[in-house]
Design a protein around this ligand. Structure first.
Ligand code: THU
Length: 132
């Protein structure tokens, strides 16, 4: 199953009264399960959350830790790039070669990878051993 339909369904539910930009995201796990999220804005602007963050939270809450495919759908004429914070969030659970599709309204889409979006990602491997 394509990630497009679940991402569009989540996008329909986006709560974006301030920016008016509705975004839906879908991630696929190795077992084939699909998890979705949408952006949820807040009158206190910094408290808003991105669609990708919602999809990752749903995935982790369902017991999964690995993403093999990502799709982000915005209600814009051109695909939108994921924000820097969400690239880092995705890098926690996906690999540099994980495909990322950026979909716009009207069927236009771009395919890239997480490594192309976030080269030189910081990861847990750079953290020191925990001190005792
Ligand atoms: N947004 C996302 O949901 N994902 C992104 O990767 C880029 C931005 C949302 C956040 C905010 O609700 C709106 O788009 C405008 O920034």
């Amino acid at each position: 199953m394509s990630l497009l339909e679940p991402a569009l369904a989540a996008r329909d539910n986006a709560y974006a009264p301030y920016s008016r930009l509705k975004v839906g995201a879908a991630v696929r796990c190795p077992d084939g399960s699909i998890h979705v999220g949408c952006n949820v804005e807040n009158a206190a602007y910094p408290e808003g959350t991105c669609a990708e963050a919602g999809a990752i939270a749903a995935m982790v809450a369902a017991g999964h830790r690995e993403i093999v495919e990502v799709l982000v759908a915005a209600d814009t004429p051109e695909p939108i790039p994921p924000c820097g914070g969400c690239r880092q969030r995705l890098a926690e659970f996906a690999a540099p070669d994980t495909p990322v599709t950026l979909a716009a309204d009207g069927g236009r889409s771009e395919r890239t990878t997480l490594g192309a979006l976030l080269p030189g990602a910081f990861g847990g491997g750079y953290l020191p051993e925990p001190r005792r």
